[in-house]
Design a protein around this ligand. Structure first.
Ligand code: GTP
Ligand code: MG
Length: 458
């Protein structure tokens, strides 16, 4: 009965346009958890502080207040907002820890509506906002849904160039010892899978993003399960796997992984979103290497390709919500001096160009911004007596002060010259020390929120 009431309530919220589900997507370390933490924090403070001037409803003093409320899905852990805040309050302040599993949070935002039909019902309305957090690695599995085992294997083998080829050495040696047609040997497959997983971890360590299957490096409660024990191999075209062979077992496990792990996750979370935020950290790969940058761009392109967009009509929204607005955001913008922000935006625009065209065709509204969810630096200028140059100032993770000009952000997708000539210096800053009761300092969180939920607060 309780479940039914909940479902009826959800249905009503939705039909009244008072419910929005936001997909915060991004590769691992893109800044999803930081964004969600800041979003919750900003909204909880907006009735008492002027922290979101670019959110129109806040500027017009129409936000009455916000609170966290029990979420819809009771099988999913609650987003660890309090833990994240505790980390930000530490001495010296720390970043929230990397996400290992999926979690959810629901906010109720009470506001004074301007629209007549809402005012007739009550002087205040409530918008329910659902946000899901998950490890970025899992997103990398979405493209697997478009590929069979052979196609996937080929794509992985073809990618073995440069650093990847070096890192894959041990796995490739092991692969040579495997007879694909021989009777399935579970022990051997388990061993080679573990060597393959080691290779994926190695890729991550050198800053390469395209790590598939993503669950191998962050298995959650699937650790040790046979569904995570397969790896790409050279299958040889048009050969149907022999019955009970190693190849048949690998291919079966891949299909099982597609169905039970990837599809299940996608269906449960991503098919019901209304709005999507795509967070991209352009700066860490710029700092890492040309290869890391290209790798990130390929991963991003693959992922954007797997999202299917469609216009959300009212009926569609009631029964099968579809994404109708996307915001692409370059995160960690406080790592560069403010005059570089426009370059950062145009770099991001180029990175997501194919997805942008596709979404435009589907009449989906889109925007691109540069932002910092949790500000770690202060922008200013340094002078050597003659010239004055822009700089940023913050604290290292150990709490030591640090001032630097990190470099220029290229306006276009850079070629190898960029890394040879100038490159980019990305040093990790600790988040700014938090003042009790004050909202987290940010750059353009309000612009992001206005874009994502502004129209729902009219
Ligand atoms: N300076 C600065 N650094 C940030 C900001 N947001 C995130 N970071 C840095 O990026 C790291 C990753 O941020 P997370 O929010 O944990 O990234 P995520 O996308 O949740 O990563 P996974 O959970 O691993 O998928 C943080 O530990 C910070 O070092 C920001 O607004 N400013
Ligand atoms: Mg996270």
């Amino acid at each position: 009965m309780k479940k039914l009431t909940q479902e009826v309530n959800d249905f009503l919220y939705r039909s009244m346009d008072s419910h929005v589900r936001i997909a915060v997507t991004g590769l691992s370390r893109a800044g999803k958890t930081a964004f969600i933490t800041s979003m919750v924090n900003q909204l909880l403070h907006t009735s008492t502080h002027d922290n979101l001037p670019l959110l129109k409803s806040a500027r017009e003093k129409r936000i009455v207040g916000a609170k966290r409320v029990p979420q819809h899905n009771m099988m999913v852990p609650r987003f660890a907002y309090d833990d994240a805040m505790e980390q930000l309050h530490a001495h010296p302040p720390e970043w929230p820890i990397p996400t290992r599993d999926v979690s959810e949070i629901r906010l109720a935002l009470k506001y004074k509506p301007k629209q007549r039909h809402k005012k007739i019902l009550s002087p205040t309305s409530t918008l329910h906002i659902d946000i899901i957090d998950y490890p970025g690695e899992w997103l990398l599995d979405l493209p697997l849904l478009n590929m069979d085992f052979e196609e996937w294997s080929n794509s992985q083998i073809e990618a073995l160039k440069g650093q990847r080829k070096e890192l894959a050495g041990e796995w490739l040696t092991q692969l040579e010892t495997l007879d694909l047609d021989a009777e399935a040997d579970e022990k051997k497959l388990e061993h080679i899978s573990s060597v393959y997983t080691k290779y994926l971890h190695g890729c991550k360590e050198v800053g390469l993003h395209w790590v598939q299957p993503g669950r191998f490096v962050l298995p959650g409660d699937l650790a040790g399960a046979p569904v995570l024990q397969f790896f790409p191999c050279i299958t040889g075209s048009n050969s149907k796997p022999k019955k009970n062979s190693n190849l048949e077992m690998l291919s079966k496990r891949y299909s099982e992984y597609q169905e039970k792990v990837v599809k299940a996750f996608y269906k449960q979370y991503f098919s019901t979103f209304d709005r999507q935020l795509v967070l991209v950290d352009c700066l860490s790969p710029l700092n890492a290497s040309h290869e890391a940058f290209n790798d990130m761009s390929v991963a991003l392109e693959q992922i954007m390709h797997s999202f299917r967009y469609g216009r959300s009509g009212l009926l569609k929204r009631l029964f099968s919500p579809k994404i109708d607005k996307i915001l692409f955001a370059a995160t960690k913008a406080d790592h560069v001096t403010p005059e570089q922000h426009s370059n950062l935006v145009s770099l991001l625009q180029q990175l997501v160009h194919p997805a942008w065209q596709n979404a435009a065709f589907e009449n989906i509204e889109m925007n691109c911004i540069a932002m910092a969810s949790i500000q770690a630096t202060t922008a200013g200028f340094i002078s050597d007596g003659e010239a004055t140059i822009p700089a940023i100032q913050g604290s290292t993770l150990e709490g030591e002060p640090m001032t630097l000009f990190p470099g220029e952000v290229p306006q276009k997708l850079p070629n190898s010259d960029y890394w040879e000539k100038s490159g980019f210096e990305f040093s990790n800053f600790a988040p700014k020390a938090k003042v009790d009761y004050a909202p987290i300092e940010h750059t353009r969180m309000d612009k992001a929120l206005e874009y994502i939920i502004g129209d729902k607060l009219k």
